[in-house]
Design a protein around this ligand. Structure first.
Ligand SMILES: C=CC1=C(C)c2cc3[nH]c(cc4nc(cc5[nH]c(cc1n2)c(C)c5CCC(=O)O)C(CCC(=O)O)=C4C)c(C)c3C=C
Ligand SMILES: [Fe+2]
Ligand SMILES: [Fe+2]
Length: 341
């Protein structure tokens, strides 16, 4: 059997919690036109404004969750790589980040240098977004073209409704669900509404009605991040045997002044506390590895906010990380990844 390498790709973290490293990382991340999708002069201006205060704030937040071995996102992704390797018998398993190190460029050059010509490229995002999936794939294409690499890519598709992913989520959450809770909030990373409109195939679906994203099918579902989040949430709740009043969903990590997709997690935390929810579980199914957005935004700030609003406890359910069911699920999904010409 010909060698087929597997390249796991996630978003990336700063090199350290030093403000200068965080500024460098945020600049690379936010200057990506798939993330801040404005014409270059406006993007440069906006990002420069963000970079006045944000690096110090983010450095402080990173410092509160940083591990002795570095960024939790990268350390957990390394653990996943090591857990997947024995199951991926077709070839080596590498890890890359879209921003910072280990870079997609370094990983693809290393694989090509080993004489490998076929790579399964796995963006570790269950739901499709230009700011995550598209930019990772485009970066791989850029590297292959720039270095004229003889590499054929198979690309893992968004897996928001794949039974293997949803069942692994349920298994990983089971001990927390069995402990008892008043309500489960499924908190997904948000997106500016503009990103949804841009991807709306005929411009007549996204955010045009109260339940437009819940009803999405076909090409609309394939390109609507919010619709895919609804599918993941509903698929999870159904498999976990949750009643409709036991759970809800929301979107976190808003940045800047533009309107982001709703409902906002911050608003839901207050509303749930005010409705009498005392023991709140929060899961973040858009992230397969714990990171600043889960550990700090939800586990620290979200918890404080919920308690200040009258709640008793907010328990963050860990991401899939290295859960054995997720390791098996990921290998199965990657084996199915279609070749991209
Ligand atoms: C899970 C999917 C993600 C989407 C969609 C996404 C969109 C998106 N993010 C920002 C801005 C920031 N995100 C940041 C961190 C971050 N984002 C994701 C995932 C998605 N982002 C992850 C996994 C992480 C964690 C990185 C880590 O090191 O742990 C940050 C940096 C942290 C901070 O300063 O808050 C920013 C900024 C935008 C603007 C966006 C869509 C346009
Ligand atoms: Fe993000
Ligand atoms: Fe939509």
């Amino acid at each position: 059997m010909a060698t087929q390498a597997l390249l796991l790709v996630n978003l990336g973290s700063p090199a350290s919690t030093e403000v200068a490293d965080v500024r460098r990382y945020l600049n690379q991340f936010l200057m990506d036109p798939h993330v801040v999708d404005l014409p270059w002069p406006l993007r440069r201006l906006l990002v420069s404004l963000i970079l006045v205060r944000r690096p110090a704030q983010s450095a402080h937040a990173y410092a509160s969750i940083w591990w002795p071995e570095g960024s939790p996102l990268i350390a957990l992704s390394r653990q996943l790589q090591e857990a997947v390797a024995p199951h991926w018998t077709q070839g080596p398993v590498e890890l890359a980040m879209r921003y910072g190190e280990p870079s997609i460029e370094r990983a693809l050059l290393r694989l090509a240098g080993q004489g490998i010509t076929r790579v399964t490229f796995a963006p570790l995002y269950p739901q499709f977004a230009d700011s995550t999936t598209t930019t990772a794939i485009e970066e791989a294409r850029r590297v292959i073209a720039a270095h004229r690499l003889d590499l054929q890519l198979s690309v893992l598709q968004p897996f928001y409704d794949e039974p293997e992913y949803l069942e692994a989520l349920v298994e990983s959450a089971r001990p927390y669900l069995e402990e008892g809770f008043d309500h489960l909030l499924l908190s997904f990373h948000g997106l500016p509404e503009r990103h949804l409109h841009k991807r709306d195939p005929r411009g007549d679906h996204c955010l045009k009605g109260a339940d437009c994203c819940q009803r999405a099918e076909g090409d609309v579902l394939a390109s609507c991040y919010r619709a895919q989040c609804f599918r993941s949430a509903e698929g999870f709740a159904e498999r976990a045997g949750l009643r409709p009043e036991q759970w809800s969903m929301a979107f976190q990590s808003r940045l800047g002044r533009a309107k982001w997709i709703e409902p906002y997690t911050e608003a839901r935390l207050d509303a749930l506390a005010q409705q009498g929810v005392r023991k709140l579980l929060v899961m973040c199914p858009a992230f397969v590895a714990d990171c600043i957005e889960t550990l700090e935004e939800i586990g620290e700030r979200g918890r404080e906010q919920f308690i200040a609003a009258g709640g008793e406890d907010l328990q963050l359910v860990p991401c899939l990380n290295g859960h054995p069911d997720w390791v098996r699920a990921l290998v199965t999904l990657c084996r199915r990844a279609p070749v991209q010409l």
